[in-house]
Design a protein around this ligand. Structure first.
Ligand SMILES: [Zn+2]
Length: 162
């Protein structure tokens, strides 16, 4: 980057390659006025180094533009999760998860309650509370499971209808 040549030709000021480099981004963003633009293009014709530099700037700019364009990715995800197969996948996932949770809570819960109930040192109220807690959780999970199966069936039905 040791260009240092000075502009010659029509209307040339004392601009060096270094000065032009400062203007490259402006040139790429189309922010230069007509005269600056024409002069810069004139300079490019006679200066391979600035031309090369401009190309590098262009590549850099296209990368950053791509990053900016990548933002609507969220919409892609929405489409993806809205897709038929992914809804079914999600539905099945939730159903399996709910079944597993019910099994774990009921069996684990009863094991824990068994221990508490067998322990004569634990108060009766606490025992009843624990039983109700486990039963309540199981009922909640069953209703979640039913809801999931309902939506899953409905989604499938909807897709067949289309
Ligand atoms: Zn130059």
């Amino acid at each position: 980057m040791n260009c240092g040549r000075q502009m010659t030709g029509k209307g040339a000021s004392q601009m060096t390659c270094h000065d032009w480099k400062d203007m490259m981004m402006g040139y790429l963003d189309n922010e230069l006025d007509q005269e600056q633009k024409a002069r810069f293009e004139e300079h490019l014709k006679g200066c391979p180094e600035c031309k090369k530099e401009l190309q590098e700037f262009k590549n850099l700019k296209s990368i950053t533009d791509d990053v900016a364009l990548a933002e609507p990715e969220e919409k892609l995800w929405q489409d993806y999760w809205g897709g038929v197969y992914n809804r079914i996948e999600l539905g099945i996932g939730w159903i399996i998860f709910s079944i597993a949770a019910i099994i774990l809570i009921i069996f684990g819960g009863f094991k824990a309650i068994e221990n508490v109930i067998r322990n004569p040192g634990v108060e009766c109220t606490l025992k009843i509370g624990l039983i109700l807690l486990v039963v309540g959780l199981a009922i909640l999970l069953v209703s979640v499971l039913r809801e999931r199966i309902f939506f899953w069936k409905r989604d499938r039905y909807k897709d067949i209808q289309r």
